[in-house]
Design a protein around this ligand. Structure first.
Ligand SMILES: Cc1ncc(C[n+]2csc(CCOP(=O)(O)OP(=O)(O)O)c2C)c(N)n1
Ligand code: SF4
Length: 507
């Protein structure tokens, strides 16, 4: 044909002169946006198993009609760009964390099909803990584990799956068990756990095995669609580039060298009916703690815990940061506030942060009190800061939201520290506690000040929580007095609205 001699300036994919016998799954994007000049090809090397594995997954999703209900978690590794190809919900996560991210996604969206796609460096090295625990918890996700016995993306370092004797840039003599240990067999390892429902190893070595891989991928996804638990398919896969082989030799190497070392098998195929363990608990945490008894609480049969009267809270969400030295009761104060909030029917969270030293190292905690479910317990912009020492005040004061409150556990602010954006209340908590008889209760003095100043929670509930928590009657009495002393100090000594004066008092 005359056209055959025409040299096109821009090569185009044309179907004019041939019949298309293979088509791309509709689960792939029609064009890949990763590179403007490579819209019809992936970034994978010729003969790479990732492309085949992608195709098997895409076709299974299409056959099962779940494209719009699928979330794919892609890893770090050669397949990091999977989200450029799959037209599904996509999340790309930190190295090795796909099972953890997939866990969160599946729990948040139990009706979605959630897939973790991982290489052997990603899953079996940096991500070993994530995969073992996700499998052990029986997370209802499907993991596709592409094992090419090497780190591909980073240029061929030894992976946990590298075979004994196999050379890599970091095992130039070949893997020696005496130095590098033996290859990890992830299917066998995970099959020692109770929870997984389906574990199979397949290989992209020849058409027959690729068809078996196709069935395994499909089965894992079907099981997930049916509500079953953890499913895992290991896919032995060629990496011609790093192995230094052409695509045909690489497939042969999978067949002749990898398969004898990683036998193909169905390691787990639970036919049993999967119990629906997604039923939410019938009782609130507060009720459960009350029922079961906790230090200072009655046990079943010893008298029920009185439910706290529902209280009107003037906030929807309140973020409190408490900071000071270890040993000042910083973390305990946070726990007490969280428990008071819980008893008053709020959603609560408490997140501690402390250094290795138990005493005198810095310690802080985050307490969220909310009428809504709490998305994250981490607080970067607190509404309230309770600073129990000067270092914490200097460190965290600027984080407080404009118009927020800072309760500083000393009589006055450092002279060189203007805090124009927040209301500051200075209260010499340690001195007050000393006068009461124990410096230990300074944190409760601050709690009394907080409750009085912000009216976020009720003092009555605070007293009940102290009664439940503090076993020692002498200390309980001190705590009661400390709570009251904090309240009284705010009422009688600190003028409400004391804004930014160095001494903490209003002008
Ligand atoms: C925290 C962190 N550590 C190390 C790396 C470097 N790194 C990138 S990919 C990779 C291993 C990839 O190997 P594998 O998971 O087997 O995937 P493949 O590329 O072979 O498909 C490593 C170590 C990284 N990106 N992040
Ligand atoms: S380096 Fe290996 S795993 Fe990575 S794209 Fe190339 S062939 Fe595939």
């Amino acid at each position: 044909m005359a056209e055959q001699n025409v040299i096109l300036e821009e090569p185009k994919v044309s179907t004019d002169n041939y019949e298309v016998v293979h088509s791309k799954s509709a689960v792939f994007y029609p064009e890949y946006e990763r590179k403007t000049d490579l819209k019809h090809q992936t970034h994978y090397c010729p003969g790479c198993g990732h492309g085949v594995a992608h195709k098997l997954i895409a076709e299974a999703l299409e056959d099962l009609g779940v494209q719009d209900d699928t979330i794919l978690v892609s890893p770090v590794g050669c397949s990091v760009f999977a989200y450029y190809y799959f037209d599904v919900g996509n999340v790309q996560v930190a190295h090795g964390r796909a099972p953890a991210a997939a866990t969160g996604l599946k729990r948040a969206c139990p009706d979605k099909i959630v897939i973790a796609y991982q290489g052997d460096g990603d899953l079996a090295a940096i991500g070993t803990a994530e995969i073992v625990h996700a499998a052990n918890r029986g997370e209802k996700i499907s993991v596709f584990f592409v094992n090419n016995a090497i780190y591909g993306m980073t240029g061929g370092q030894m992976a946990p799956t590298t075979l004994v004797g196999q050379r890599s840039t970091t095992s130039p003599w070949g893997r020696r068990p005496i130095n590098e240990g033996f290859p990890l067999h992830m299917c066998e390892l995970l099959a020692s756990l109770e929870a997984p429902v389906y574990i199979e190893r397949v290989a992209l070595s020849d058409n027959k095995n690729i068809m078996k891989a196709r069935r395994a991928v499909r089965k894992a996804l079907e099981l997930q669609r049916a509500g079953a638990g953890f499913t895992f398919v290991e896919i032995l896969s060629p990496c011609p580039t790093i192995w230094g082989k052409d695509p045909i030799e690489a497939r042969k190497w999978v067949a002749e060298t990898m398969i004898p070392n990683f036998p193909l098998n169905v390691f787990r195929d639970r036919k049993v009916e999967v119990p629906n363990n997604n039923v939410p608990p019938h009782k609130t945490v507060a009720e459960v703690i009350g029922d079961e008894g906790s230090p200072g609480r009655p046990r079943p049969g010893e008298g029920a815990v009185e439910p706290e009267p529902r209280r009107h809270h003037h906030f929807r969400h309140l973020d409190i940061k408490i900071a000071g030295f270890g040993g000042q009761g910083v973390l305990l104060l946070g726990q007490l506030l969280a428990e008071i909030g819980m008893r008053e029917g709020l959603e609560v969270s408490w997140l501690p942060s402390y250094g290795p030293e138990m005493r005198s190292g810095s310690a802080h905690c985050h307490v969220c009190l909310s009428k809504d479910r709490i998305g994250s317990p981490l607080i970067s912009r607190p509404n309230v800061l309770i600073a129990m020492n000067e270092i914490s005040l200097r460190k965290f004061a600027a984080q407080v939201v404009p118009g927020g409150t800072i309760i500083y556990g000393f009589g006055q602010l450092p002279a060189d520290l203007p805090i124009p954006h927040a209301q500051v209340v200075c209260i010499p908590a340690a001195e007050i506690a000393d006068k009461l008889g124990s410096p230990k209760v300074a944190n409760v003095v601050l709690m009394g000040a907080l409750l009085e100043e912000t009216e976020c929670l009720s003092s009555a509930t605070a007293r009940k929580v102290l009664e439940a928590k503090v076993k020692n009657p002498r200390l309980l009495e001190l705590d009661r007095q400390a709570l009251e002393a904090g309240r009284v100090y705010i009422d009688h000594t600190v003028a409400i609205g004391a804004v930014t004066q160095a001494d903490g008092f209003a002008q």
